[in-house]
Design a protein around this ligand. Structure first.
Ligand SMILES: Cc1cc2nc3c(=O)[nH]c(=O)nc-3n(C[C@H](O)[C@H](O)[C@H](O)COP(=O)(O)OP(=O)(O)OC[C@H]3O[C@@H](n4cnc5c(N)ncnc54)[C@H](O)[C@@H]3O)c2cc1C
Length: 491
């Protein structure tokens, strides 16, 4: 490793660490040593896949959804050469199984601005007219500043925004828990507001949802390893950082499982780990620092359960179906989400013993289904068998002739540490990218991006930390001159 160039250590090789390393390594004209220290045997963190023994295929541990407004994530994927492996719903179409047995479609045409939203909501048969009108009214209740409602929970905000109980229970609850991984009465309203502003009510008109058509290992993990290694980034896997050594106002050494890394005077450290892995990096005498205390307050995790089912025969279901007021929140059609999936065949309408209001073309054949429970505190301790039964009962709501013999294989994956809890009033504890140490920068989905703990939040935080370091390196490169001179040089 060269002594001439600054070294930047990225602790944590999840999406956030990958984004930071990508930003710092993209300009070969600015040589530096970038080292990723990752505890696990691969990059990617919570965006991960495993090899399923049943069919030998790489399978995502948990379904990830993307918004088309995830501009930082899409930028990163473009650089990794995999953005084309995202597919977006066009029109935006959500099938919701309204209890007890009515499948309704919320279909919002894209590129038609707020008029599309208006026509989509008004055409949504899952809610009464009064509730649909209340949905449309929410735009007027969105505060200018998201943090103005951080002190209240999303349910209180929704009530104050004139939402009917029906709209909250049958629409907002599912939307909120899916987007924030917390129920409406547990999550800060500011996160719901930020999502609404970036999705249904974005300046560019309503946005849509997308999904990966290849496993996350092919979308992120392996391409990131390839691209970063090609740029000379030193990726140290199975290297868990145990502690930072701190001298005066800077990190001076990283003590890892197998070796230590000296952090020289011009070097920097980005910490891109989840809140529950953050506190233990600091020596005892620094535990009282407000940053460390604040992040410790964000260390409660909210679980996500994924119940993967493999069926003996094909069933015809939409790509994604939401189940308000149900244990299982979403059923995903896994075969339709791959490039080889059979799309657009017309299902046999007699399969449905409920009033179906959507177009048949949006149903696809599949023998592989993934069911998701977000904010799964209550369900996480239930047995695998119980969860599989709940998943099959849920699937039967949209596949009326399904029976137990149709199931050939199942796997339950509990991600107990899926996302941090950002409860009402906790926005103030989310750190900005700078810290109390001059060479330590904070990234990861805990950082204060205003977004819930999401891929987009993680990527934006990684890019933000990289930008801060870039600014300092640039200042040093042009010789520590005054701000006016720097401006002049940069012009
Ligand atoms: C099942 C599931 C479904 C999800 N669905 C969605 C979704 O639909 N849409 C969405 O936008 N987001 C979703 N998310 C959230 C999203 O995956 C995360 O917000 C994002 O991946 C976080 O990235 P990160 O880099 O901040 O953290 P991580 O991915 O957790 O990366 C941190 C890395 O740091 C490493 N590490 C920790 N401690 C140390 C240490 N001491 N030394 C070295 N390395 C260390 C870890 O091994 C890990 O690789 C989901 C998450 C889960 C679990």
């Amino acid at each position: 490793m060269s002594d001439r160039y600054p070294s930047i250590y990225v602790v944590g090789g999840g999406l956030s660490g990958i984004a930071a390393a990508e930003a710092l390594s993209h300009d070969r004209g600015r040589p530096r040593n970038i080292v990723i220290l990752e505890a696990r045997a691969q990059l990617g963190g919570r965006t991960s896949s495993y090899r399923e023994s049943y069919d030998g295929l790489m399978t995502d541990t948990g379904q990830h959804l993307f918004m088309d407004g995830y501009h930082a994530t899409r930028h990163l994927l473009k650089i990794l050469g995999t953005e084309n492996h995202l597919a977006f719903l066009d029109p935006f179409s959500l099938y919701l199984l309204i209890p007890p047995d009515r499948l309704s479609l919320l279909e919002i045409p894209l590129n038609n601005g707020q008029a599309g939203l208006l026509s989509g909501v008004m055409g949504f048969g899952g809610l009464s007219l009064i509730s649909r009108l209340s949905l449309l009214r929410i735009k007027g209740a969105l505060p200018k500043r998201n943090d103005a409602v951080d002190h209240m929970d999303a349910r209180t905000f929704l009530r104050q925004a004139g939402q009917t109980k029906e709209a909250i229970d049958r629409f907002w609850e599912l939307l909120t828990i899916s987007a924030t991984n917390l129920p409406t009465d547990k999550v800060s309203a500011s996160l719901l507001v930020s999502i609404l502003k970036e999705s249904l009510f974005s300046g560019a008109g309503p946005r849509t949802l997308g999904y990966n058509t290849v496993p996350l290992s092919d979308l992120i993990v392996e391409p990131a390893q390839r691209v970063l290694e090609k740029r000379g980034v030193d990726i140290r896997l199975k290297t868990s950082v145990n502690q930072f050594h701190i001298q005066q106002d800077r990190v001076s050494e990283l003590v890892a499982s197998r070796e230590s890394f000296k952090v020289g005077p011009g070097d920097h450290v980005i910490v891109a780990v989840p809140p529950w892995a953050f506190e233990r990096l600091f020596p005892m005498e620094r535990m009282n620092e407000p940053l460390v205390q604040n992040v410790a307050r964000l260390s409660d995790p909210s679980p996500i359960l994924s119940i993967h089912l493999w069926l003996r025969r094909e069933v015809w279901i939409p790509i994604m179906t939401g189940f308000p007021e149900n244990d299982i929140h979403w059923v995903f059609n896994k075969d339709a989400m791959t490039p080889s999936g059979q799309a657009g065949r017309i299902p046999d309408p007699s399969l449905f013993d409920f009033q179906y209001t959507g177009p048949a073309r949006q149903f696809h054949a599949t023998k592989s289904v993934s069911c998701v429970v977000s904010g799964a505190d209550k369900l996480a301790d239930r047995s695998d068998r119980d969860l599989v039964v709940s998943a099959m009962v849920t699937l039967k709501k949209i596949v009326s002739d399904l029976n137990a013999l149709d199931l050939v294989h199942s796997r339950v994956i509990r991600e107990r540490f899926a996302t941090p809890v950002f409860a009402p009033g906790q926005g103030m504890y989310r750190p900005s990218s700078s810290s109390f140490l001059s060479n330590l920068w904070i990234a990861g989905d805990l950082a204060d991006t205003g977004l819930p703990a999401t891929m987009e939040g993680a990527v934006r935080a990684g890019y933000q930390a990289a930008e801060e370091i870039e600014r300092i390196l640039e200042r040093r490169r042009i010789g520590g001159r005054g701000p006016a001179e720097i401006q002049e040089t940069l012009r």
